[in-house]
Design a protein around this ligand. Structure first.
Ligand SMILES: C[S@@+](CC[C@H](N)C(=O)[O-])C[C@H]1O[C@@H](n2cnc3c(N)ncnc32)[C@H](O)[C@@H]1O
Length: 270
């Protein structure tokens, strides 16, 4: 499929899925490749035929929605953000929680892919914070729409490229080798629970001290949907809690109730 045909198709289809083209511009190749496979699977000659197929078979929109999920992630993605979490945000949350006699801090990682982001947080807590805050535990919930990625989160074994950003001393302590894979040790896995949830329709029941929503909602979804999801997310963020978005993301205009701590790092506090 020619790039220009794929781009024209995405510019037509994405708004109907409440997604916006700008977020896909740089990563469209992986979506276009999946679209080409889908066309072959359906025996369709070109993208115009697929467009007609969508009008005849409205169920296909759900399939298209899943083809438009971008999965790019790694451990310790944007190292300055995780350094700030380890040095400022987590100690601040832990100190406040300790002062009010709480025993558990709660973090929610939205779009947790194969566990890389949630487990990065677990590693930071376990190695750097837990020794200072022995009476506190960190519980992490990772929510993700794709069941295959959730299975990989449970396996928690990764190729070297995925974890190469992690500082050497953290990596050595947290993983053991299994052939050419790095497998996360059970004590880190035990801190994280994963659930299959679509952020567009489902919210966890509990409130969180820290929400990480990076490189998903504020990149790929259109502005009205961003606003709706942000409002719902804020219902699950405790007063004084922190929201972390991607370093290339901005919150929709008129996002209320949050103080900008660092726009560069995507850090906000309620
Ligand atoms: C680009 S990755 C970002 C992963 C990680 N947050 C990071 O910043 O490295 C986006 C992830 O969100 C998941 N995702 C896409 N749509 C979703 C939805 N509606 N609800 C929950 N997760 C979704 C994708 O499957 C993918 O794993």
């Amino acid at each position: 499929m020619k790039d220009t045909d794929c781009v024209r198709f995405l510019q037509w289809a994405l708004p109907q899925l409440h997604m916006h083209w700008a977020g896909f511009r740089k990563v469209r190749k992986q979506v276009c490749k999946r679209l080409a496979h889908r066309l072959a699977e359906l025996g369709l000659a070109d993208i115009e035929a697929y467009q007609q197929h969508l009008t005849r078979q409205p169920d296909e929109w759900r399939r298209l929605d899943s083809l438009c999920r971008v999965v790019v992630t790694r451990y310790y993605r944007d190292k300055l953000v995780f350094a700030e979490l380890a040095e400022k945000v987590l100690p601040h949350l832990a100190t406040t929680a300790r002062a009010s006699g709480r025993e558990v801090l709660r973090a929610w990682n939205i779009g947790s892919a194969s566990g890389e982001e949630a487990y990065t947080l677990a590693i930071l807590w376990h190695q750097l914070l837990a020794p200072r805050f022995t009476e506190l535990q960190l519980y992490i919930l990772g929510t993700e729409i794709d069941p295959h990625l959730l299975e990989r989160s449970q396996q928690a074994c990764y190729l070297p490229g995925t974890i190469k950003n992690l500082p050497e001393e953290l990596r050595t302590a947290a993983f053991s080798m299994d052939n050419d894979h790095y497998c996360l040790k059970p004590e880190y896995q035990a801190m994280v629970e994963f659930k299959q949830q679509d952020i567009r329709t489902t919210l966890p029941d509990e409130a969180f001290d820290l929400i990480l929503c990076r490189n998903l909602v504020f990149t790929y979804f259109d502005e009205p949907l961003q606003q709706t999801i942000l409002n719902r997310m804020l219902m699950r963020l405790r007063p004084g809690g922190w929201l972390v978005v991607g370093v290339h993301e901005t919150l929709p205009a008129g996002a209320g109730g949050l103080t900008v701590v660092s726009e560069r790092l995507g850090l906000y506090q309620r």
